[in-house]
Every structure is written in structure tokens, then in C-alpha cells.
Design a protein around this ligand. Structure first.
Ligand code: CTP
Ligand code: MG
Length: 463
């Protein structure tokens, strides 16, 4: 197999974002941005080695993060003061052991959503060019200006936004770096590696590989929310086969009607032991002691609990000022506090089984809904809770995910919205998505269930 190496640059401080830790160590969907960025290279059979360049203070933490990555060598080294210095550190570390013609892909650790498709295209394109850059066509018109005066407006159709990975043959890039270093040991002139190669090796043909807008770089605060949303979309498409449910022990709160009842029915059909709990059966999620006792009872009788799903929720479709205070309290207790109680009472059991908690939100989380603001704002809190708990529990191997059922034909929906003319999802379809989520080996997912899995943050319809 040809020697293909990935260099992942994580030696920056993230000053523009301005957090107390470098941005590559922030978490999305239960894993650090750095782990997501490395993952696609780690999973790619064509990549034989990975070099991770990090700042000195984070070497130990990075070694811990990747301690269990045993399938291919991951070399963790100290970076430099600039991005180019960090690349040079990696090339120097590789120099004694690498073939001159080996392919080297350099990737930013702050682009956590690189697809395996773009990665493979970048590798293949190195057969046709000396080097490659991944890029997307510019959306905005780009101006060249000096001292506030425009000097040139290049044609937009020839302009691209450069991304990573950038790909090279080792010897050519290394030689360019030696030249650059000789002229300016600070290596602070260029913002990327293709720029440096082009300056010191102008004869090099650098091809363009079509990138993806999702391969977005975390730079400023607003990128955080954008990348978070891209992760929601990416994880919405759960497709696991539910035949793997056999012998799983599943507890479903809100399990005696609507989607919850369907989950119990389907899981049982596939050989799981599924337990439906609800107020009707004397288990109110607002009663912590009752939850503790019923979970212990089920765990004792069945040896463990693999998953606890909470679908219990209530909705009064009326404006805030027409809502009685007792109703406000009831809504908060069931739709929020109850989730905290379920999570807390579930914890010891899921810790033992390395199991999964699944909470339920609503697409109204993304935009407050006129007419039922209490419900929609509480559902927003469940997304936040899922993110926090998935991070808090990931080291203990407990997964926490959230399902957002689209408009589904349930008793709660019909009671509040009447008989709607538009097509509603069948509870069985949504129930299968809960079970597929449970079988996906992932945490921090926000799984949108809609007929085509398209999520629109500004969707106006009530859910
Ligand atoms: N990088 C690096 N070594 C440096 C500087 C940057 O390895 N001395 C890496 C970053 O960790 C990041 C990538 O280069 O993965 C792109 O750089 P950038 O987005 O500029 O990250 P930072 O330099 O960390 O951010 P800022 O410029 O806002 O400080
Ligand atoms: Mg920088």
C-alpha cells in the first residue's frame, strides 16, 4: 500500500474565538472537535499514519484522548508559533521515515465535518497534480483593497474559498519549507501550505478538489451554532437495523400511548424486553422516588437496563396570559424537571450497562412558537440538556441522545391541533427511529424525524 500520511494541525490557540481552551478541544456531539477531525482519517483505509500537531500544554491531554486508537499509528508532536511552523514540525518529524513520494494531506483540526468522500477525492487527485487544495466557489463578490480603496474586483467565477485538506508529495513540500525557512525562520507569511508551496515552487501544478460547505472552519463564535446545526443534520439519518434489539432491556416513559406504545410493541416483537411506564401506571416522571424504585426493580429482575427513553410530555395550546399558574407549573414539571429526574435516576443503571438515555424534544425548539411558548421553550431546554449530559457522561460511556419527532398522529397532537389536513407521520415510523437511535453507537445526536429528514430552522408549522 502506498504511504499516505495525514497531518492534523491543532497547534493554534483559537484567539479569534477567545475561549479559555483552544477551539479544537471544544465538544460537539460528545466528542472534541479534534477527535471528529481525526476520525475521518482514522477510518479511511488509505491513510496509513496520522501526525497530530498540538501546542505543548495539550500534548498530555491529546495522548489521553487518542489512547485507544490502536488501528494505525498516531504520532503526537509539539507545534510552533504559526500554522506554517506547525506543518514544518510535522514534516521534520516524518522526514527520517517517509518515502519522498509519499502523499501527505494537511488538515485543520477545526474542520470537524470533512466527509470521507472529499478526503478520497483529495488523495486520488494527487495522481494528476503535484499538489491539491480543497475549495468551494466563492459566494460573495471579493474585493481587493488597500488603505480602504478598491484596487481590483476579480471575476467571481474564478474565485474560491480555500479549505483543507491540502495534499502534497512529501519531498516537494519539505523542500519548499526549507527554502521558506531559510528566508524567514518565523514562517509567518502564509496562512496555508498551498500558498507557501506556490511561492517557493512556482512550477508546481496545484489542482482544485471540490470541497463542501459543511467542511466549515470553526473560527468565530457564530461558527459554533452553525457547526452544531450541521452535526444535527448529519446525525439525523439513523439507519441501524432493528433486528439487533433481541434481549435488550428498554424502559419507555410515556410508554402506554402514542409513539411510546409503538416503541414498546416493536421492541417486543424483535425480542427485546420493553417496559412501558406512565402516569396511568402510577409512574409520574415528576416523582423522583417512584422513578428510582421502578428502575431498580426492572434492573434487578432483568440483570440490567440498556436504554431509558423519555417520551412523557404535555402540551396546552394557549397563550401565556391565558394559562393558569398551576398549569405553568405542571408544564415545567413534566416537560423539564421530569427529564432531569429521569436522567438522574437512570444514571447508575446506564453506568453499569454503558447504556443510552433518549430524551424527546420538538422542532419548535428552534423557534419559539406563538400560542404555546411554554412548551416550545421547554423543548429548547431539552436540546441543551442533551448536549450537556452527552458531554458530561461521555467519559463514562453513557450515551445521551434526543429525538425530535416530526408531526405525528398521536393522541396529544389530535387533542391540541384537531384533525389536520396535512399528512402526519405514523407513530410506528417514529418509534423505529427511536429504536434505531438506540442502536447507533453515538452520543450527542439530535435526530430529526421527518418524512425526508430535512430540518428547517424557520419552519412555521406547529410541532
Ligand atoms: N494551527 C497550528 N499551529 C499554529 C496555529 C494554527 O497548528 N501555531 C492550526 C489550528 O490549530 C487550526 C488551523 O491551524 O486547526 C487553522 O488555524 P486557525 O483557524 O487560524 O486557528 P487558530 O490559529 O487556533 O485560531 P486564531 O487564528 O483565531 O488564533
Ligand atoms: Mg490562526
Amino acid at each position: 500500500m502506498p504511504h499516505n500520511v495525514a497531518i492534523i494541525l491543532a497547534g493554534g490557540k483559537g484567539e479569534r474565538l477567545g475561549f479559555s481552551i483552544p477551539k479544537q478541544f471544544l465538544k460537539f456531539a460528545g466528542k472534541t472537535c479534534l477527535e471528529h477531525s481525526v476520525h475521518v482519517f482514522y477510518e479511511c483505509p488509505e491513510i496509513s499514519q496520522i501526525v497530530l500537531v498540538v501546542c505543548a500544554e495539550y500534548i498530555e491531554q491529546t495522548q489521553k484522548l487518542f489512547a485507544n486508537y490502536a488501528n494505525k499509528p498516531i504520532l503526537i508532536i509539539k507545534g510552533g508559533q504559526t500554522r506554517n511552523q506547525s506543518t514544518f514540525c510535522a514534516l521534520q518529524a516524518l522526514a527520517p521515515q517517509i518515502e519522498p513520494n509519499a502523499r501527505v494531506l494537511v488538515h485543520d483540526s477545526v474542520r470537524p465535518l470533512l466527509s470521507s468522500n472529499v478526503l478520497l477525492q483529495a488523495l486520488c487527485a494527487l495522481e494528476n497534480y503535484d499538489a491539491i487544495d480543497t475549495a468551494v466557489l466563492a459566494i460573495d463578490t471579493i474585493l481587493e483593497a488597500k488603505n480602504g480603496i478598491i484596487s481590483h474586483i476579480p471575476k467571481r467565477e474564478n474565485l474560491y474559498y480555500g479549505q483543507t485538506p491540502q495534499g502534497f508529495r512529501f519531498a516537494q513540500l519539505y523542500a519548499a519549507y526549507h527554502q521558506a525557512y531559510k528566508e524567514n525562520p518565523k514562517l509567518d507569511t502564509f496562512s496555508d501550505d498551498c500558498g507557501l508551496l506556490l511561492a517557493y515552487c512556482p512550477q508546481a501544478q496545484i489542482g482544485v478538489v471540490k470541497g463542501e460547505h459543511d467542511n466549515h472552519k470553526l473560527t468565530h463564535v457564530q461558527d459554533l451554532a452553525y457547526i452544531e446545526h450541521l452535526f444535527y443534520l448529519k446525525t439525523s439519518n439513523v439507519t441501524q437495523t432493528i433486528a439487533r434489539l433481541k434481549d435488550k432491556v428498554i424502559v419507555v416513559l410515556g410508554g402506554t400511548s402514542g409513539i411510546g406504545a409503538s416503541i414498546v410493541q416493536i421492541a417486543t416483537q424483535y425480542g427485546a424486553k420493553a417496559f412501558a411506564l406512565s402516569r396511568r401506571m402510577g409512574v409520574d416522571i415528576c416523582n423522583y422516588a417512584a422513578l428510582e424504585s421502578v428502575f431498580c426493580d426492572i434492573a434487578e429482575k432483568n440483570g440490567r437496563i440498556d436504554a431509558i427513553m423519555n417520551l412523557a410530555g404535555i402540551l396546552y395550546k394557549q397563550p401565556l396570559v391565558q394559562t393558569e399558574n398551576a398549569q405553568i407549573e405542571e408544564l415545567v414539571a413534566t416537560n423539564y424537571t421530569g427529564n432531569l429526574y429521569v436522567a438522574k435516576a437512570a444514571y447508575p443503571h446506564l453506568l453499569r450497562s454503558h447504556g443510552m438515555l433518549i430524551l424527546t424534544s420538538s422542532s419548535s425548539f428552534s423557534k419559539g412558537r406563538e400560542g404555546y411558548c411554554i412548551y416550545s421553550s421547554l423543548k429548547a431546554s431539552i436540546i441543551n440538556l442533551t448536549q450537556a449530559l452527552s458531554d458530561e457522561w461521555s467519559v463514562e460511556n453513557i450515551a445521551v441522545n434526543c429525538v425530535i419527532p416530526g408531526r405525528t398522529r398521536t393522541p396529544m397532537r389530535i387533542a391540541n391541533f384537531g384533525n389536520e389536513s396535512s399528512i402526519l407521520l405514523q407513530p410506528e415510523f417514529v418509534a423505529r427511529k427511536y429504536l434505531q437511535t438506540m442502536l447507533a453507537n453515538n452520543t450527542g445526536m439530535i435526530v430529526h424525524v421527518s418524512p425526508n429528514h430535512v430540518f428547517s430552522p424557520c419552519e412555521e408549522r406547529a410541532e
